[in-house]
Design a protein around this ligand. Structure first.
Ligand code: GLU
Ligand code: ZN
Length: 501
């Protein structure tokens, strides 16, 4: 059996976009599914736009997603180097071969001349491609032009007639008329290759068997095929994966919110959830399950279940999936994931103590089904780590503003100090008994207690929450709430009253 070799070939001109991540993922899945090789190649020949920071970003995003490469930056491999900027001699050598064969030629046109040509074409209603002015220059012409200081580019000689067919594994046969493909540049005057050219040289040199990439590259493929033919190379298989659109079916962009992998990471998405979500953008498993562990996705991944139609990037669905992973993954894993977020927000120091880790584990266990992202998880456990919270406004109106609130908080305080064993069960029994004695519903004690202890009106079961906080912390917070109700709230209410008069 043929050994599958696929590659992800990003240009390091920005962060790793979710679309790029999806392309990387599909290649990685195909390699892992088939026992093939996944290559990472950095296409950094656009020296003006490529940056080291982008290379680092792409590498860290891929690593975070768990998309490990078998050959590429940092690890090398037998087909290296894996940065195009370090492979320039290959491009020069092959361009010379093409020139020698007559398949390519030097073009000395200046940008002004080319612009004038395009302008003429526009006026005459023709397509604005290069007309082939330098196709048949003589040696003498070339010497003269060079002597005049003109620096040539190299162009491929494209047949004016006929058609080039892309036999795409996903899109089927796509036919391009050669007369719309002009003699395009393969080597710029500064010696740098163009994308279409470098890509073909490297995909061949690196023995790539399947080129899986975004649909926007489909229109580049006939030019690349002409290059394969001119170079006498065997064609790889092509598979163009469908576009990713925003829910309004426009192109996914910044105005739809986060678009880079890094942003999703910082907003508290788990890599497992993001990978699961991205795997379903254009691919679908046979069954109806959407939440799928990675090993199942690898096992089921196949090219014939990749759709032709655009996929919709619905962040609500991603968030839903993420919540699912936060609920279902092993507790210890979620604790590890949320810890850096707790540290970032200052709830836990740079070096977490065993006591902090224990509290984090217990509080995450109590609250994780209320959070869809790690940021939300920080929010729902925050009051276990700090009593510096504000009391929620609508809770204050409902549970603290009535005349009996102070008495209720006093009652709760007494109850908390007198309960013999400070655990859920004992607390619950005592709450029920005391409520009954006072002719109240248990809820009339429970709601104010929750607000006093957490600042909120919703949360996990109150008695579990109390047990985790411990008696002393509960007393401190009840005392604080009581002070608020007696000393601060009346003034606030009076001021509000005045404001509405
Ligand atoms: N550097 C190209 C890009 O980032 C690679 C396209 C391809 O996979 O051929 O779009
Ligand atoms: Zn020319």
């Amino acid at each position: 059996m043929e050994k599958i070799r696929v590659r992800f070939a990003p240009s390091p001109t920005g962060k790793l976009h979710v679309g790029g991540a999806r392309t990387a993922l599909f290649n990685w899945l195909w390699a892992r599914h088939t026992g093939g090789t996944f290559v990472l190649r950095i296409e950094d020949t656009d020296t003006e736009r490529s940056t080291q920071a982008s290379v680092d970003q792409i590498i860290s995003s891929l690593s975070w997603l768990g998309l490990d490469w078998d050959e590429g930056p940092k690890i090398g491999g037998e087909y290296g180097p894996y940065f195009q900027s370090q492979r320039l001699h290959h491009y020069e050598e092959k361009a010379q071969e093409l020139i020698d064969k007559g398949a390519a030629y030097l073009c000395y046109c200046t940008p002004e001349e080319l612009e004038a040509e395009r302008e003429r074409a526009r006026r005459q209603g023709r397509a604005p491609g290069y007309t082939g002015r330098c196709r048949n220059l003589t040696e003498k012409d070339r010497v003269q032009l060079a002597a005049a200081g003109r620096e040539p580019v190299v162009r491929l000689r494209v047949p004016a007639e006929g058609e080039t067919v892309v036999d795409d594994l996903i899109r089927g046969r796509v036919v391009f008329k050669n007369n719309i493909l002009d003699d395009f540049v393969i080597l710029k005057s500064n010696g740098m290759p163009t994308y279409n050219y470098a890509c073909v040289i490297d995909d061949h040199a690196m023995n790539i068997t399947h080129i899986m990439r975004a649909e926007e590259h489909l229109s580049n493929t006939p030019r690349q095929i002409l290059l394969y033919e001119a170079l006498g190379y065997e064609l790889p298989r092509f598979a163009h994966v469908p576009m990713i659109l925003a829910p309004d079916r426009s192109k996914l962009s910044k105005r739809h919110g986060a678009t880079s992998v890094e942003e999703f990471r910082h907003r508290g998405y788990l890599s497992k959830a993001l990978v699961n979500f991205l795997s379903l953008l254009g691919w679908s498993p046979e069954g109806t399950d959407e939440i799928m562990p990675l090993d199942r996705i690898v096992a089921e991944f196949s090219l014939d279940r990749i759709a032709k139609t655009a996929a919709v990037f619905d962040v609500k669905k991603l968030t839903w999936m993420n919540g699912n992973y936060i609920r279902e993954l092993p507790l210890a894993e979620i604790v590890t994931e949320v810890l850096p977020f707790m540290q970032k927000h200052g709830f836990i120091g740079a070096k977490a103590t065993p006591a902090e880790l224990e509290l984090l584990t217990k509080s995450v266990k109590l609250t994780r089904d209320r959070a869809k992202t790690l940021e939300e998880l920080v929010d729902v456990v925050s009051y276990f780590f700090s009593a510096e919270f504000q009391f929620e406004e609508k809770g204050v109106q409902k549970h603290f503003a009535s005349a009996g609130a102070a008495v209720i908080l006093e009652t709760v305080k007494n109850l908390v100090s007198s309960v013999t064993s400070f655990d859920q069960q004992a607390l619950e029994e005592l709450y029920r008994a005391r409520a009954k004695e006072l002719g109240l519903k248990p809820a009339q004690l429970i709601h104010p207690t929750r607000l006093a202890l957490s600042g909120r009106t919703i949360g996990p079961g109150l008695f579990e929450l109390m047990e985790l906080l411990g008696r002393d912390q509960c007393l401190v917070r009840l005392e604080r709430a009581l002070k608020f109700v007696q000393d601060e709230l009346p003034a606030q209410l009076a001021a509000a009253e005045k404001g509405t008069e």
